[in-house]
Design a protein around this ligand. Structure first.
Ligand code: HEM
Length: 410
C-alpha cells in the first residue's frame, strides 16, 4: 500500500501502524499529512537531527495531538495549579534548570535503592495468581507493578494507591486525540484532584521531611537557580506519574507477547536470563510504548529535502525510526540478541532523553526475571485474546493479554 492510502488517525491504522510507517519511510520520510496540519518524521537519521537541534525544533508545542484545550477544560484546570512547562514541553535554557533540579531527586542512587522493592512487588503480584494457572497479564501484573513502584517511591500510602491508576489514565487519555468531550472534562477534574493531593503531601513533607523523592524535590537546589515552586513540582510529579506508568505497563505486556510469538527467542531467554536486559531493549525497539511525540519548527527549515515552514508541528515517530532498516538490519525481526538494540530511540535522545529510563529498564528486567523464573510453559490463551491496543496515536499498549502457564517446579 502507498502512503496516501493511510489515514494516520484512523483507528485501524493506529491499531496496526507498521505498514503505514514502512510506506512513509519508503515514499515520504518527512510526510505532510493531508488535512492534519503536521508532518511525520519516520526515519532514524532525520529523527536524530530533530532531537539534537533544539534551536530549530521546540518542544513547547504540547505533547498531544491537539495544542490548545477547549475553554471548558481550561476553566476546570484553573481551579487547580495552571500547567507549567517544566520538562517534556520545555526547551533549553529553562529546561536545564528543571532537569538539573529533578536529577537531584531522581538519582541513580534512588533507582538502585528501589530494586529490592521492585522485586518484592513483582513476586507478590505473581503470588496472587500463580495457583490459578492463568493470568490476564496487563491488569494483574503489568499495570500494578510500575504503579506500586512509583507510588511507593513518591511515599504514597497503599490506601491511596487506588487513585493512582485513574489519575495516570486520565492524564494520558487526552493526549491521543481520541476521546469524547465529556471524557476530556472528567480528565481535567482528575488533574485538579491529583494536584490537590500532592500539594497537601508536599506541605506534609515541608513540615516533616522524609527520605523520599518528594522531600528531595522540595530540597533540590542548584547554584544560581531558584528552587522549585509548588506549581513546578506538581507539573514534574504529574510527569513522573504519567510517564512512568502506562509506558512501562505497555512495555512489559508487549515484550511478553513478542516472546510468545517468537518461541525460539523465548527459549533463548529462558535458557539464559542474562539476555533479559537486551530482550527489553529489543521489545522497546519493536513495540515502542511511546510511538511518537510532537515538536514545532521555530523557523523556516528543511528536513530530508522537505521544506518545513516556521510554526509547523512535527510528529517524531519513534516507533517508525526504530524499524528503520538503515539502522536496524531486518528491522521487522524481533531478535533478543540484536547487537545494536539499545540504539533505539524509544526513550528519545538529547536533552529530553527519558528521565525514567533507568527505572523502566529495572522494572522490565525484574518483571521478566520473575515471570520467567516462576512460570513454566507460558502460552497464549488463544480463545480469549483479541490482541487489540488502547486507541492512541501517541501511546501503544495492549488492552489485555491472557496467558496460561504451569506452576514453578517444586
Ligand atoms: C518503557 C517506559 C518508558 C518509555 C518508553 C518512555 C519514553 C520517553 C520518551 C520517548 C521521552 C522523550 C520525550 C521527548 O523526546 O520529548 C521521555 C521523557 C521523559 N520520561 Fe520517559 N519513558 C518511560 C518510562 C518513564 C518512567 C518510568 C519515568 C519516571 C518515573 C519517565 C519519566 C520521563 C520524564 C519526566 C520525561 C521528560 C524528560 C525531559 O523532557 O527532560 N519515563 N520518556
Amino acid at each position: 500500500m502507498s502512503v496516501s492510502d493511510f489515514n494516520p488517525l484512523d483507528p485501524e491504522t493506529v491499531e496496526c501502524p507498521y505498514p503505514f510507517y514502512a510506506a512513509m519511510r519508503r515514499e515520504a520520510p518527512v510526510y505532510q499529512v493531508p488535512g492534519a496540519g503536521f508532518f511525520i518524521v519516520s526515519r532514524y537519521q532525520d529523527m536524530k537531527t530533530v532531537l539534537l537541534d533544539t534551536q530549530t525544533f521546540t518542544s513547547k508545542t504540547g505533547p498531544g495531538v491537539r495544542q490548545e484545550p477547549p475553554k471548558e477544560v481550561v476553566d476546570i484546570l484553573s481551579q487547580g495549579w495552571l500547567p507549567v512547562d517544566t520538562l517534556l514541553t520545555n526547551d533549553p535554557p529553562a529546561h536545564r534548570r528543571y532537569r538539573g533540579l529533578v536529577n537531584k531527586a531522581f538519582t541513580p542512587r534512588r533507582v538502585a535503592l528501589l530494586e529490592p522493592s521492585v522485586r518484592a512487588i513483582a513476586n507478590d503480584l505473581v503470588d496472587a495468581f500463580i495457583a490459578d494457572g492463568r493470568v490476564e497479564l496487563v491488569s494483574q501484573f503489568a499495570v500494578p507493578l510500575p504503579l506500586t513502584v512509583i507510588a511507593n517511591a513518591l511515599g504514597v500510602p497503599p490506601a491511596d494507591q487506588a487513585h493512582f491508576k485513574r489519575w495516570s489514565d486520565d492524564a494520558v487519555a487526552p493526549l491521543g486525540g481520541m476521546i469524547t468531550p465529556e471524557r476530556e472534562l472528567e480528565c481535567a477534574r482528575s488533574t485538579v484532584e491529583f494536584q490537590r493531593y500532592f500539594a497537601a503531601k508536599l506541605d506534609e513533607r515541608r513540615a516533616a521531611p522524609q527520605d523520599d523523592i518528594l522531600t528531595d524535590l522540595l530540597n533540590a537546589r542548584l547554584e544560581g537557580e531558584t528552587p522549585l515552586d509548588t506549581a513546578e513540582m506538581l507539573s514534574i510529579l504529574q510527569q513522573l506519574l504519567v510517564a512512568g506508568n502506562e509506558t512501562t505497563t505497555n512495555l512489559i505486556a508487549s515484550a511478553m507477547l513478542l516472546l510468545l510469538q517468537n518461541p525460539q527467542q523465548l527459549a533463548a531467554v529462558r535458557a539464559d536470563h542474562s539476555l533479559i536486559p537486551n530482550c527489553v531493549e529489543e521489545a522497546l525497539r519493536c513495540e515502542s510504548p511511546v510511538q511518537g511525540l510532537f515538536r514545532m519548527a521555530r523557523l523556516d527549515t528543511e528536513l530530508g529535502g522537505v521544506k518545513i515552514p516556521a510554526g509547523s508541528r512535527l510528529v517524531l515517530m519513534y516507533a517508525s525510526a526504530n524499524r528503520d532498516d538503515q539502522e536496524f538490519p531486518q528491522a521487522e525481526r524481533f531478535d533478543v540478541c540484536r547487537a545494536n538494540a539499545k540504539d533505539h530511540v524509544a526513550f528519545g535522545a538529547g536533552v529530553h532523553y527519558c528521565l525514567g529510563a533507568p527505572l523502566a529498564r529495572l522494572e522490565a528486567t525484574v518483571a521478566f526475571e520473575t515471570l520467567l523464573g516462576r512460570l513454566q510453559h507460558i502460552r497464549l490463551a488463544e480463545d480469549k485474546n483479541d490482541y487489540r491496543h488502547t486507541p492512541s496515536f501517541i501511546l501503544r499498549g495492549l488492552k489485555a493479554l491472557y496467558l496460561e502457564f504451569d506452576q514453578e517446579a517444586a
